[in-house]
Design a protein around this ligand. Structure first.
Ligand code: Q9C
Ligand code: ZN
Length: 334
């Protein structure tokens, strides 16, 4: 299986995050990508597909913000990483601000996703990996893996959050549609709900979004991922959420997965994109499911049994010791 990874993705390197009221080391470290890259096998650097595929998903004002945020943060006399502290919870609208702190709130959903000096460059090459993986599968390969880091599924059209800046899987899916595919499905098996992906395709009937995740009543991102969220307009019924309780083991996980897979199959997509997170692992430091290493091969085989051309995009997973092995187990099925 072809694997895409670019060393520049490791340039993004925030120092700390706000975690349960304390400042802790940043969980979404560059070492995550190095661990995965060191275990899954040889990776190729992606070709440069340019900004077009990114701009097909994200708002121009948001991309401008991401590219210039650090310069403006420094101009404001700040050291360290850029983090917002106030959010427009009501009447969020397209106001124009001169102050970086106002824009950080406008273009983010949380305080645990700092922008560091090379965030844009890292996120850019990260997105190129997703496009390259899609390109590979559109060109006839059965599957490809985009070793994305930072992850993407919490990032919406015009906001960052949950360690995510550009929505890699959405960019890959949109690229496939722009290359002539008419129906695609995205299956999100990260521990956390993929709110950004859901938002981006909420009104789209040609992109089925199905997600298995920790119940948002107890887990991040809280405000999305509830079972009654089904999409709207042309997208009504094309969003499917399977919230699962903390402590979920492989048996209940597989039964929810089989429901999601049946819906995906019934929608007859030409391409499957998988947002893969290994933070469903029992020993993950910020998550609360109970999956074991061997379960990733089982889940991978269940998904691969659809027989669809598949683009796998890396999302979360924070136990550095197991991350490479769990990802390898999963990919082995494709
Ligand atoms: N405990 C992904 O796995 N962390 N994102 C909140 C407070 C947010 C995880 C910090 C977790 C986001 C892609
Ligand atoms: Zn996650």
């Amino acid at each position: 299986m072809q694997i895409f990874f670019d060393d520049r993705q490791c340039l993004h390197n925030p120092a700390r995050e706000l975690h349960n009221g304390d400042w802790t080391d940043y969980y979404e470290s560059a070492d995550r990508a190095r661990k995965i890259a060191g275990t899954v096998g040889a990776a190729t650097a992606p070709a440069d597909f340019g900004e077009g595929p990114i701009a097909a998903v994200h708002a121009p004002e948001y991309l401008h913000f991401l590219k210039t945020a650090m310069t403006r943060w420094r101009e404001a006399g700040r050291s360290g990483d850029a983090i917002g502290y106030v959010w427009p919870i009501v009447r969020r609208r397209a106001l124009e601000f001169g102050r970086i702190d106002a824009e950080l709130g406008q273009y983010s959903m949380d305080a645990s996703t700092p922008i560091s000096d090379s965030t844009w460059e890292a996120a850019y090459w990260n997105a190129q990996c997703a496009v390259a993986a899609a390109h590979t599968v559109l060109s006839g390969e059965k599957s490809a893996f985009a070793l994305c880091r930072p992850p993407g599924h919490h990032a919406g059209r015009d906001y960052l959050g949950g360690y995510c800046y550009l929505n890699n899987v959405a960019i890959a899916a949109q690229h496939a549609l722009d290359q002539g595919r008419s129906r695609v499905a995205i299956l999100d098996v990260d521990y956390h709900h993929g709110n950004g992906t859901q938002d981006i395709f909420w009104r789209r009937g040609n992109v089925l979004f199905a997600s298995l995740h920790a119940d948002p009543r107890t887990d991040f991102p809280f405000y999305w991922g509830h079972a009654d969220e089904r999409g709207e307009g042309d997208g009504a019924g094309a969003t499917l959420n399977y919230p699962l309780p903390r402590g979920t083991t492989i048996e209940p996980y597989r039964s929810a997965l089989s429901q999601a897979l049946k819906k995906i199959e019934a929608s007859a997509p030409e391409l499957l994109l998988v947002s893969f997170g290994a933070d469903t692992f029992a020993l993950d430091p910020i998550s609360h499911f109970e999956l074991q290493r061997e379960d990733y091969a089982v889940i991978g085989r269940d998904i691969a049994a659809l027989g669809l051309p598949s683009v796998i995009v890396m999302e979360g997973g924070y136990d550095l010791d197991a991350l490479g092995d769990n990802t390898t187990e999963f990919l082995g099925a494709f």
